[in-house]
Design a binder for this molecule. Structure first.
Ligand code: SF4
Length: 303
């Protein structure tokens, strides 16, 4: 659940609590909440207030609060914040450490936050996304763009990241491309329709956990736009959604071939991954006004 600023959007506390409640009741097999951003520590009073209120109202289960550690300055204050979140129900402190974040946040700061987190919560309650990078990576806050790109490419080729969105734009030129036929058998039913991970964005839109830019629905305060109603609609109607159904049944190659009939040019150099192909053609569809209600938000597509 995204509760921090995203291009000027904040999810207010009442909304976050209501969505949390609805996610819980719409998930008969259990639901784990993950608070992330943007950067959710950008408004500490709001974060701790939400987490405490959710606990007071009996909402479960706050699996993770995710941060890039940008806010770490006063170590005593950092320990107090981590402890307060732990007491209010947070199971894990999740730290984003990867070449993208280390462009902005010094690696040493991230290592220090992980250390403070483990000291405060215990060794098993801190998760670092790209632990290997945190241990062996390098600070990228003051290196040349060429060096930074070379480091990105090296770590991405280790299979650490899907190439989607901005990463696709910036990094595809640095990595090996494969012919489009390589991805012909890759369909996306599981990622789109059976994923265990869903993002609720600050504007209420719902996106699959791994497919930024694809919209599965939109939460609103009425019953028709509840989380449960969105799920039901997706189940009942997904095959009438041209982009989602094509990706779910035929994958991005099928969608690219459909788009090619309308003018999309399949890059003869090939694509780094199926998600790189998917991103390239979704960007084209969006720019042509062909995304309907299935693609967004506009800022992600550079509009
Ligand atoms: S190819 Fe597209 S739909 Fe499939 S997993 Fe990648 S981003 Fe998601």
């Amino acid at each position: 659940m995204g509760c921090s600023p995203q291009r000027g959007h904040w999810m207010d506390e009442d909304t976050a609590v209501e969505i949390w409640r609805q996610l819980q009741s719409a998930s008969p097999h259990g639901c784990k909440i993950h608070l992330s951003g943007g950067e959710i520590f950008g408004d500490w009073p709001r974060l701790i207030s939400l987490v405490r209120r959710a606990k007071a109202e009996g909402l479960v289960r706050l699996e993770k609060v995710e941060t890039n550690g940008f806010w770490l300055a006063d170590e005593d204050e950092a320990c107090r914040r981590i402890e307060a979140l732990g007491e209010a129900g947070m199971e894990f402190l999740a730290i984003s450490a990867d070449p993208f974040h280390q462009h902005y946040v010094p690696l040493e700061q991230v290592r220090r936050l992980a250390e403070l987190g483990r000291k405060t919560l215990g060794p098993t309650r801190v998760q670092v996304r790209w632990e290997e990078w945190m241990e062996n990576g390098e600070d990228l806050t003051a290196v040349t763009p060429e060096h930074r790109n070379a480091v990105f490419a090296k770590w991405l080729t280790r299979g650490y990241e899907r190439i989607n969105g901005r990463a696709a734009e910036e990094l595809a030129g640095l990595m090996e491309r494969k012919p489009i036929d390589t991805f012909r058998e890759s369909i996306c039913r599981k990622s789109l329709l059976r994923g265990k991970h869903i993002h609720v964005n600050p504007d209420g839109t719902l996106t699959p956990g791994v497919c930024a830019g694809i919209l599965l629905g939109s939460w609103g305060s009425g019953e028709e736009s509840s989380i449960a109603a969105n799920w039901q609609r997706l189940k009942d109607e997904y095959d009438s959604r041209p982009i989602v159904s094509t990706l779910a049944t035929g994958g991005p190659v099928a969608l690219a071939e459909q788009a090619a009939e309308r003018g999309f040019v399949i890059d003869p150099r090939g694509y780094v991954s199926k998600c790189h192909l998917c991103w390239s053609l979704r960007k084209w569809l969006f720019a042509k006004g062909l995304g309907g209600e299935e693609l967004g938000p506009a800022w992600l597509y550079g509009i």
